[in-house]
Design a protein around this ligand. Sequence first.
Ligand code: GDD
Length: 389
Amino acid sequence: MLIEAPRHAEMFGSIRIYDVQKVLKLESKEFESLLLHSIDREQIEGILDKLAVIIPIKNEKINLLDGVLRAIPDNCLIIVVSNSSRMKRDVFKMEEDTITRFHNLTKHPAYLIHQKDPGLALAFKEVEYTYVLDENGFVRHGKAEGMIIGILLAKYLGKKFVGFIDADNYIPGAVNEYVKDFAAGFCMSESPYSMIRLHWKHKPKIVRSRLYFRKWGRVSEITNKYLNILLANHTGFETDTIKTGNAGEHAMTMELANIMKYSTGYSIEPHQLIYLLEEFGKRDTKYTDAANAGIEIFQIETLNPHLHEEKGEKHIKDMLLDSLSTIYHSELCNDYLKSKILEELRVNNVLEQNHVPKKNLIIPPVNDVDIKKFMKVLEEYSETFVKFE
Ligand code: GDD
């Protein structure tokens, strides 16, 4: 792969956020240049062997899941965490059938589990990690909760990297690129605590019967603006470096995934940045190894456009509210920024006058989970866990 070298990095405490790096060519030989990184196929393959791709899914079109599965490079383990309906129309069963057919045809290893599996809830209780459970004792609804389940399975299997790919992607070729972009990011990183966040080259929309290649998603543009203001308030330098505030497609080293706090709802991706800025922007973090090694955040602009399922205006508004709420409630957010966020939410009709956004629920890191015990209980009591090996 041929990818731009970052021209600039924003530094805050022990965090380094690199400027967006464009993918210039998907395949490339070794190449000497100060302005470009060339990453050969073997290097990428070396990372893919150690990467688990986690696919959170809830009631998506089954053809889209099928396309996403087929696009994952051969050597990556696939972990599908579903929260799909099991009522009248058993969507979960359709997903299981799809993965079974895919596995029989390709022998690609994959794990599948349903988020509401009682055995899963029991495993969380047994290891005393109950932050993901609802008032009925089941795992809560939510993509973040699904991601955490995937991380724990990958951790048990000794995977070094975890990448997240949404199941509602229309372009399998793009998915294949995303996973390789994750690997390219890890090839460039020098710290064991690194994160790769993808920025779409374009998000195509149909406008007056024509395809229009939009550069920015509506929510991401606003989230990025306020994340950058928050950062500038603390460094004293205005910046536009953050361009991946809402990056659904992202990846982390297991070291970083282990110490990450997760926010529920649509705030999970912006909150990852907020958490890292809060925890590693200060001097007295309890994660001294991570602070000494440094936290690296890469933002990679894909070559492929991103075409996913459109979920309507309410979905966009919820995403905006959750994203800005996570910035609003950050300990790094000052009164001026809070007032600007409230203004933005009101202009966009997502918050009533005199209201403040609700604080998102924050889930603590998974590093203390006794993973062997978790898996032992899960394997014994799960009703939906399937290993396609
Ligand atoms: N396991 C699980 N549990 N998966 C879920 C759940 C859940 O409760 N809810 C949604 N998902 C899955 C969806 O099926 C999809 O694969 C993925 O999570 C993201 O879907 P949505 O939450 O519907 O979000 P989106 O597709 O509109 O937005 C995506 O991109 C945004 C940035 O553009 C998400 O990745 C967002 O998190 C991201 O901010």
